[in-house]
Design a protein around this ligand. Structure first.
Ligand SMILES: NC(=O)c1ccc[n+]([C@@H]2O[C@H](COP(=O)([O-])OP(=O)(O)OC[C@H]3O[C@@H](n4cnc5c(N)ncnc54)[C@H](OP(=O)(O)O)[C@@H]3O)[C@@H](O)[C@H]2O)c1
Length: 293
């Protein structure tokens, strides 16, 4: 199989669709067709790739390509798949982290091969997506020749393949939400606390101060791994410090008390595994951080 001769089409010209199509085009793949909900998005993507045809209907993408990536939001994938008269020569791929191949049942029923290629990466906008896509890990769910095709794409993107069963997709996606999206939420909560200082600090300045801390933590994870990357009062068993935190939260941000306690309770086993915390102090920390409701 010379995968670079195969015609690829994209439905959904957003962050992932644009990054995948333009990066693959740069690396020698043939991107022949694109459609999106809006003509503007489709035209923007097509304008970045020589020979890419802007389609006015989704069906036209299937008529101008053999492998079609459905890169719409997750909730539209099944509807898009059901709206096309697929042929047995088509390969249809979605990029969702949470859907199994069942979401492409309409394409499979018409004889198309179906697969999933999920970049385990965070794409906040198109430019970030183009920068972050190469070198990522990609979860693949597919069979036979389509699996080989998707593995070749991952290699082209200097990525690493993970083989995933459809039944594991939801847990896999929850893990990504914890490791990525909710870290953003925690940073936002941290920045907000700086607004409660007696002398509030501009969010951009607070973010500038917190970013090296975040980067240091990522470096620690990269170099030391878990559990040794853990620092802070729980890893040291500093009960007085944690009591002070709880009193201050009650006063300035009472809605965060339960979240702080839950994260603290989840952190105790990591501190124990690191070996700096003894069992008696751990029990006292559990008591301090107990949900008293
Ligand atoms: N963003 C991430 O970090 C990330 C990471 C890994 C995987 N993914 C997955 O990648 C897929 C795409 O996500 P994304 O972040 O690229 O989304 P996105 O930026 O919102 O782009 C989705 C695109 O699909 C188009 N669209 C929406 N409904 C459509 C429909 N019914 N028919 C045709 N086009 C439609 C939109 O249209 P218009 O612009 O034309 O209005 C938009 O350009 C999702 O399955 C997502 O789970 C995302």
């Amino acid at each position: 199989m010379n995968e670079k001769q195969i015609k690829l089409g994209f439905i959904g010209a957003g962050r992932v669709g644009t990054a995948l199509a333009t990066t693959l085009a740069t690396r020698g793949y043939r991107i022949t067709a694109v459609a999106s909900r809006s003509h503007t998005s489709a035209a923007r993507l097509a304008g970045m790739i020589n020979g890419c045809h802007i389609c006015t209907t989704l069906q036209q993408v299937a008529e101008n390509a053999d492998v079609i990536f459905i890169t719409t939001p997750d909730d539209s994938i099944a509807t898009v798949a059901a709206s096309i008269a697929w042929q047995p020569h088509h390969w249809v791929i979605h990029c969702s982290g949470t859907h199994s191949l069942a979401v492409l049942a309409a394409a499979r029923e018409k004889g198309a091969m179906v697969g999933s290629l999920h970049p385990l990466q965070s794409f906040a906008d198109v430019a970030q997506a183009q920068a972050n896509l190469p070198g990522s890990f990609f979860a693949i769910e597919a069979e036979g020749i389509l699996f080989a095709f998707l593995k070749a794409i991952v290699s082209t993107l200097d990525g690493t393949s993970i083989v995933l069963q459809g039944r594991d997709k939801v847990l896999y996606h929850i893990a990504a939400v914890f490791a990525c999206n909710y870290v953003v939420t925690l940073i936002k909560l941290a920045v907000d606390l700086w607004q409660s200082f007696a002398e509030p600090v501009e969010p951009t300045q607070a973010m500038a101060a917190l970013t090296p801390l975040l980067n240091g933590m990522i470096n620690n994870i990269n170099t030391l791994g878990l559990p040794h990357a853990l620092t802070g009062p729980i890893s040291r068993g500093d009960k007085e410090t944690i009591s002070k935190h709880l009193r201050a939260l009650e006063e300035h941000a009472p809605t965060l008390v339960e979240l702080y306690k839950e994260l603290g309770r989840q952190t105790i086993p990591i501190a124990l595994a690191k070996g700096k915390l003894d069992n008696i102090t751990a029990m006292k920390l559990y008591d301090l951080l107990a949900n008293k409701e």
